[in-house]
Design a protein around this ligand. Structure first.
Ligand SMILES: [Fe+2]
Ligand SMILES: [Fe+2]
Length: 190
């Protein structure tokens, strides 16, 4: 398996949570209250699995190797991806900041949670599409066998550092959240 296939598989897990986040935000607005436990679980998934596990593999391993074979970091596709990762972090910070008030039924907090949740999911879906369809194929074309082997080793090391069982735990959480908050209609076909 190529390193980019590992990343694509992680995208499929992340997409389950994007659906759940949309459903959670819509339900919170409809009911006038946010379930703080589900919100905390979704935010933990995004921060731990999407950001620490997945985005770290991209930022610390894949993009670094892409730079080594000639892709610029400060302009072009890598800089766009890095900006997306940063704006995702800002949306999630905004969501996390209003969970308590939204759970108490504060209308402004509910609106803030929902708008940041939807902006986040929309941005990350586009981001994933760009990576799956453009960035990863471009990277694979530029890597030789040695690059591919080293990427796999680096990914394995990164996962080892994250701790045994983490992938299974978060895959299970993604399934649970997706089951709890049925898929939003915002999903677009590929
Ligand atoms: Fe990314
Ligand atoms: Fe990604």
């Amino acid at each position: 398996m190529r390193a980019t296939e590992i990343l694509k598989n992680e995208h499929r897990v992340i997409e389950q949570v994007l659906c759940a986040v949309d459903g959670m935000a819509d339900q919170a607005v409809q009911r006038g209250t946010l379930d703080p436990q589900s919100a905390a679980q979704a935010i933990d998934f995004i921060r731990t699995f999407a950001d620490k596990v997945h985005h770290a593999k991209e930022e610390d391993v894949l993009f670094v190797r892409m730079e080594a074979v000639g892709f610029p970091r400060d302009n072009g596709p890598i800089s766009v991806m890095l900006r997306d990762h940063d704006s995702g972090r800002a949306y999630v910070r905004a969501m996390a900041g209003v969970v308590e008030d939204a759970a108490r039924g504060d209308a402004e907090a509910l609106r803030t949670f929902a708008s940041n949740a939807h902006r986040y999911t929309e941005m990350l879906r586009e981001h994933i599409l760009k990576e799956d369809k453009v960035l990863y194929p471009m990277a694979d074309q530029s890597f030789d066998e040695n690059d591919q082997a080293e990427l796999l080793t680096a990914f394995a090391e990164a996962d080892k550092k994250s701790g045994a069982g983490l992938h299974d735990r978060y895959a299970e959480l993604a399934r649970t959240l997706a089951g709890q908050y049925q898929g939003s209609k915002r999903d677009r076909p590929r």
